[in-house]
Design a binder for this molecule. Structure first.
Ligand SMILES: Cc1ncc(COP(=O)(O)O)c(C=O)c1O
Length: 323
């Protein structure tokens, strides 16, 4: 199967994103490591959320919504990319962000403002509080004849995960043109939708490839990811036929979500200084450093190429120090 998904999709990013071998890193580590540059997807500073938003905002449009709500931490990349995509579609964007992390006007909060999003902080640790507030605000908007669409944290719904299957479809096509012999896909896991899409996408387009999610927070992704992947499969009219070795979660959280890890800094600097590629200290830096640790420990065995899916996040570099 290599045809595209049939569900409604808006074209918001510039795809396919580049896919190539990291020559300097591969030579240094004695293993072929490729990169999928979803940080270069053509919206804002790029990032994984755009693939999800192409489906989620198509659904919002189909339902006649003119306003989109979403949430995340104060420096949420997902919130910023939702603001960017909503602006492009002429939709109003309301971000109700947890008052956690860097709340000064730095990094993504500057971009949220440039994209014209309305930003509100809530002093809570519970997304349920925020979803309740979205419902309340949605009812207020309805009285004015407006219609709101609420996207949960990270855009990690089955429909959002469908978007990430597209990434693997692209990789399969790009790998078929070159010498890549892919055995592993590795990416950061923050709310699960990206990894779920990679898992389902691997089943559909790169069978036999193992997906490793690198957890950057402590949620139980062993269950969340296959659950989202199964939901996405259903939407696509497919089934998720799992094998024992098709997916593994590894956690590289350090002191906590969005707290940069000092031990990752040399790896972040190494990629910048050998390949010119920026990683962020919250998601991709942890995923990349975690992947290199696994490589040193022999997790990837001796055979087959590894693909690192670069999911964006660069705005954090302008909001916080590396660890
Ligand atoms: C840069 C970046 N990488 C990875 C992720 C993780 O993706 P997901 O939330 O789909 O697990 C996020 C989520 O916000 C992100 O912003």
């Amino acid at each position: 199967m290599n045809e595209q998904v049939k569900l409604p999709r808006l074209r918001l990013g510039v795809y396919p994103t580049p896919f190539y071998k990291l020559e300097n890193i591969s030579a240094k580590y004695g293993r072929n490591i490729w990169i999928k540059r979803d940080d270069l997807c053509g919206v804002a500073l790029g990032g994984n959320k755009v693939r999800k938003l192409e489906y989620l905002l198509a659904d919002a449009r189909a339902q006649g919504c003119d306003t989109v709500f979403t949430t995340g931490g104060a420096q949420s990349n997902h919130a910023m990319l939702t603001a960017a995509c909503a602006a492009r579609l002429g939709m109003k964007c309301i971000l109700i962000l947890k008052q956690r992390g860097v709340t000064e006007r730095l990094g993504n909060l500057i971009l949220d403002d440039i994209y014209g999003a309305q930003v509100r902080f809530m002093d809570t640790d519970s997304y349920d509080d925020i979803y309740n507030e979205m419902r309340r605000m949605g009812e207020e908007l309805a009285k004015e004849g407006r219609k709101a669409y609420a996207i949960p944290v990270g855009g990690s719904t089955p429909l959002g995960a469908v978007g990430y299957t597209e990434c693997v479809r692209e990789i399969a096509g790009q790998a078929a043109e070159g010498p890549a012999s892919i055995r592993h896909l590795v990416s950061a896991t923050g709310s699960g939708g990206t990894t779920a899409g990679l898992l389902l996408g691997a089943k559909l387009y790169l069978p036999g490839v193992k997906v490793t999610g690198m957890g950057v927070d402590d949620d139980p992704f062993e269950d969340i990811v296959p659950g989202l992947a199964a939901g996405a499969a259903e939407l696509m009219g497919q089934s998720l036929d799992r094998t024992p070795d098709d997916f593994q979660m590894v956690y590289h959280v350090g002191q906590g979500y969005a707290i940069p890890n000092a031990e990752d800094t040399p790896s972040i600097e190494e990629l910048a200084r050998t390949e010119g590629i920026l990683l962020d200290p919250v998601y991709t830096g942890k995923a990349w450093a975690g992947m290199l640790k696994l490589l040193r420990e022999g997790y990837f065995g001796n055979e087959g190429d590894i693909v690192f899916v670069h999911t964006g996040g660069a705005a954090a570099l302008f909001a916080m120090e590396l660890g």
